[in-house]
Design a protein around this ligand. Structure first.
Ligand code: NAD
Ligand code: TDX
Length: 343
């Protein structure tokens, strides 16, 4: 049984939601959050969690001595820490290479040394993109090719190529060194605590700030949205019941194109659904992601709970509306960076 775990990147969006999920659902588990607190990490993401069960260590996953010391005393490492934003990776790939590739290597070396269970958080973006489906159905449960754990690696951006590199390192450490590891590749998360540089929170906080939302290109690109709590429950399932050496894809049949998502946000927030600007497209912009999560559902019996996208979006909009203090100081900085880039 797992009693003490390290969650890297636990002060970021998906990591902090995982920490909260574990604290609320698994009273026997204590967590060390190892986080560098980059621009994307925020102490406030851990506010309200019991201090006797969650300890934040501010540090870099590339720091071998620190990682060695922490890993020597833990039962498992769940590795979320990353540079995570595609647009930033197009402006400067260097921190992506450092954290995502070098940082992961430091962690898996330490886990190998102490024979510690390791779970690697990755993304569907390592598989590149899928062709668009003309017949995108109302609730995304249509046919069409989807990613599986056998899909070839075809990353498009500096971000996704560094995530792909880290996945391959983990696979090699499993095969060559017997690392006790699993990998999960999840689709686009949404929910509370997501940095306002990302699509959904950027548009919500634009509207709340009186700024017109910004859609890249025509908005035909499709993302497979999952509520972040469902990602957390899947990761816990894999960590505790997954087969060592396996890769599991996580998704909840939430395919929608960006235009549709933006129009829904506008409608929920009481604005005309055409009240947005079309801006410069992202270079190399992946067209469509779609996850086939059959393996996770069949082999581990995982089921997502938050499959009503409109409901999830409403509660996310409420969260940003009620937590203006959490994001308002960052808003100008984020928007002026985008403006410089014509977006
Ligand atoms: P995020 O940018 O919100 O958070 C990343 C966290 O990692 C931050 O707290 C940051 O301070 C920390 N960090 C960055 N570099 C570090 C370093 N060198 N040492 C220690 N900590 C460091 O990212 P996110 O959206 O929460 O994504 C977390 C993980 O989940 C990433 O590995 C990402 O690839 C994966 N993922 C995210 C999504 C998504 O939709 N957000 C989907 C699939 C997979
Ligand atoms: O202002 C915007 N307008 C817009 O149209 C922004 C910020 C984005 N977009 C588009 C680009 C994408 O097609 O919205 C879509 C989603 O964009 P992001 O939120 O930047 O996410 P994406 O690039 O799809 O990657 C996300 O999901 C997979 C996470 O950031 C990654 O960390 C994760 O691996």
């Amino acid at each position: 049984m797992l009693k003490n775990i390290i969650v890297t990147g636990g002060a970021g969006f998906v990591g902090s939601n995982f920490v909260r999920y574990v604290i609320n659902n698994h009273p026997e588990v204590n967590i060390i959050v190892l986080d560098k607190l980059t621009y994307a990490g925020n102490r406030a993401n851990l506010v309200g969690l019991p201090q006797n069960r969650v300890r934040l260590v501010v540090g870099d996953i590339c720091n071998k001595e620190l990682v060695d010391k922490l890993v020597s005393k833990t039962d498992a490492v769940v590795h979320y820490a990353a540079e995570s934003h595609n647009d930033n990776s197009l402006l400067n790939p260097d921190p992506f290479i450092q954290t995502n590739i070098v940082g992961t290597t430091v962690l898996i070396n330490a886990c190998r040394k102490y024979n510690v269970r390791y779970h690697h958080i990755s993304t569907d973006e390592v598989y590149g993109d899928l062709p668009l489906r003309k017949d995108l159905p109302e609730h995304g449960k249509g046919k069409g090719e989807k990613f599986t754990s056998d899909s070839p690696y075809r990353p498009s951006s500096p971000y996704s190529s560094t995530k792909a590199s880290s996945d391959l390192l983990v696979r090699a450490w499993i095969r060559s060194f017997g690392l006790r590891a699993t990998i999960s590749n999840c689709s686009n998360n949404y929910g509370p605590f997501q940095h306002i540089e990302k699509f959904i929170p950027r548009q919500i906080t634009n509207i709340l700030s009186g700024i017109r939302p910004k859609l890249y290109g025509t908005g035909k690109n499709v993302r497979d949205w999952i509520y972040t709590d469902d990602h957390s429950s899947a990761v816990w399932k894999i960590l505790t019941e997954g087969k060592i050496g396996e890769t599991y894809l996580i998704g909840s049949d939430g395919e929608r194109d960006n235009k549709e998502v933006l129009e829904l946000i506008l409608r929920i927030m009481g604005k005309p659904s055409n009240a947005y600007d079309q801006v410069k497209d992202r270079p190399g912009h992946d067209l469509r992601y779609g996850i086939d999560a059959t393996k996770l559902r069949k082999e581990l019996g995982w089921r997502p709970k938050h499959t009503d996208f409109k409901l999830g979006l409403k509660s996310t909009i409420n969260w940003y509306t009620e937590h203006e203090n959490w994001w308002s100081a960052e808003k100008d900085i984020v928007e002026s960076k985008y403006a410089k880039n014509g977006q």
